[in-house]
Design a protein around this ligand. Structure first.
Ligand SMILES: [Zn+2]
Length: 165
């Protein structure tokens, strides 16, 4: 799965950084060389997935594999995350773990969680708009916050409705 050229690329790229130096991988994020043989992901940059731009280096997972191949450690200490438009994602640290249920009874549960590679966050648009039913399901203090969505309840409800019809 790992290409030899990619390993050479990784050696060149990783070792060219001084310890404390950072490196920005377009559409993925920012990495810092935190030790002789250690990279730490410190920012996440979400890129809009497009058909043609599914290049190998665009995935954090692949980078992780390369790092392992070289005997490097890959840590995560994400301090900032940016959405598709390059805007910083609002994930209030002091509210991590808070959860809420859509008041319009669509069955959606949202939770404030730290971001990480492969984690999917959805935005509660201004007005407390529920990312699943698009109704005003959340209070003012949830405006503009990026949340992890548990739509299990919403999907069950939809299934039950379809069976009824
Ligand atoms: Zn809802």
């Amino acid at each position: 799965m790992i290409d030899e050229d990619d390993v050479i690329w990784a050696i060149k790229t990783f070792t060219s950084l001084a310890i404390g130096g950072t490196w920005h991988l377009q559409g993925v994020g920012v990495y810092e060389r935190t030790a002789e043989d250690e990279l730490t992901m410190i920012e996440i940059h979400h890129a809009k997935p497009t058909e043609e731009s599914k290049g190998l280096f665009e995935s954090h997972e692949y980078l992780n594999l390369l790092a392992n191949e070289l005997g490097w450690r890959m840590r995560q200490e994400v301090r900032k995350a940016y959405d598709y438009e390059g805007k910083e994602m609002n994930i209030p640290e002091d509210r991590i773990g808070e959860a809420n249920v859509c008041s319009k009874n669509c069955g959606t549960i949202v939770r404030i969680e730290p971001t990480g590679p492969g984690k999917v966050h959805a935005l509660i648009e201004k007005g407390g708009i529920c990312p699943i039913c698009s109704e005003k399901g959340f209070g003012k203090d949830w405006d503009g916050i990026w949340v992890v969505v548990d739509d299990t309840g919403a999907r069950l409800k939809m299934l039950a409705k379809m069976e009824e019809e």
